[in-house]
Design a protein around this ligand. Structure first.
Ligand code: HMG
Ligand code: MG
Length: 285
């Protein structure tokens, strides 16, 4: 069966939500351990305003100190030119821009309208193009917004197309608040795949209501071959009911292996990393 790609976002999406500052050394150790599990893509950090996300304020230090495995891509989030320049300096292999299909969420998250955000991404894509750095595009609130409720599939499809036309190599569709059902995922992908092929899309499921694995299964059945996940389901309180973290990498890998897919990831090793970081986060809290 087809090999499925896992995009590990724990060090960024998981840890950014932790209230207590996770020491830089721990972040580095987490990323180094993840690099030895067979994962090929790790989102390490984000070059955003430290006032907005204090947890990621050590982005430069983290990027400088990790051991880089040859076959692993180390990615970082960049909302604008300032972030992109910092990511280049830190030698990110790949960057991601992040837009939202909801105006309210765009304002709350990056302090500008959707249109303005696309404008801010232009220099990011220009710099990336000049240096041959791949740019991933996130579309948050792909199905639901915490402020506006259900988002129409047409709106998400339209924004995805704009990001692809600007030069993103892949769009990661974010169920930011974990509200989607498998039917919502099928409806969205059905709309998008009228004009675009599945291989340039990824699913980014948060597991707030415990539906992430069902949503991933729906995505798999529709042809998605890349899934984002976070070791230990980081974000919110790991392993706690109602946690608002991403779907746990070890759970996704187990599901995929049970269904006969290959991921190249060693399930025991990723479980060990999950244990390591859960204990630290639990202790901090
Ligand atoms: P702003 O305040 O509108 O920015 O924030 P500004 O351009 O007016 O600049 C204000 C200050 O920020 C200035 O500094 C800039 O230099 C600085 P000051 O003069 O006041 O000292 N600044 C920066 N500093 C560091 N890095 C930068 C940067 N840009 C400006 N890149 C901004 C706009 C986008 C910067 C802000 O809103 C921000 O940082 N937002 C980030 C929010 C964020 O990281 N959210 C989480 C990630 S998205 C996510 O989790 C969803 C996802 O997982 C998918 C899903 O689940 O749906 C991806
Ligand atoms: Mg997310």
């Amino acid at each position: 069966m087809a090999e499925i790609a896992i995009f590990e976002v724990g060090p960024r999406d998981g840890l950014q939500n932790e209230e207590m500052f996770i020491d830089t050394d721990i972040k580095i150790e987490l990323i180094n351990r993840l690099s030895e599990t067979g994962l090929k893509k790790i989102e390490v950090t984000s070059f955003v305003s430290p006032k907005w996300v204090p947890q990621m304020s050590d982005a430069r230090e983290v990027m400088a100190a990790i051991n880089r495995a040859d076959n692993v891509t180390y990615a970082a989030l960049t909302p604008n030119q300032t972030g992109m320049e910092a990511a280049i300096e830190a030698k990110a292999d790949e960057v991601a821009i992040f837009a939202a299909a909801s105006e309210s969420f765009s304002q709350k998250n990056i302090n500008c309208s959707i249109e303005e955000s696309l404008h801010r991404f232009e220099p990011v894509l220009k710099i990336a193009g000049d240096r041959n750095i791949p740019v991933r595009g996130y579309v948050s609130c792909a199905t639901h917004c915490p402020y506006e409720g259900k988002i129409s599939p047409e709106k998400t499809a339209q924004l995805s197309s704009e990001l692809l036309e600007m030069g993103c190599y892949e769009i990661s569709l974010g169920d930011t608040i974990g509200k989607a059902t498998p039917d919502d995922i099928k409806e969205l992908l059905g709309e998008i795949f009228q004009d675009r092929s599945a291989d340039i899309f990824a699913l980014h499921c948060h597991d707030t209501f415990g539906r992430a694995l069902s949503n991933i299964t729906a995505g798999l059945e529709m042809g998605i071959r890349t899934f984002d996940s976070s070791v230990a389901g980081l974000g919110g309180c790991p392993y706690a009911k109602g946690a608002s973290g991403n779907v746990a990498t070890e759970a996704v890998v187990q599901l995929l292996h049970e269904r006969g897919h290959e991921t190249g990831i060693d399930l025991d090793k990723i479980r060990n990393v999950a244990q390591f970081i859960s204990e630290i986060v639990r202790h901090k809290n």
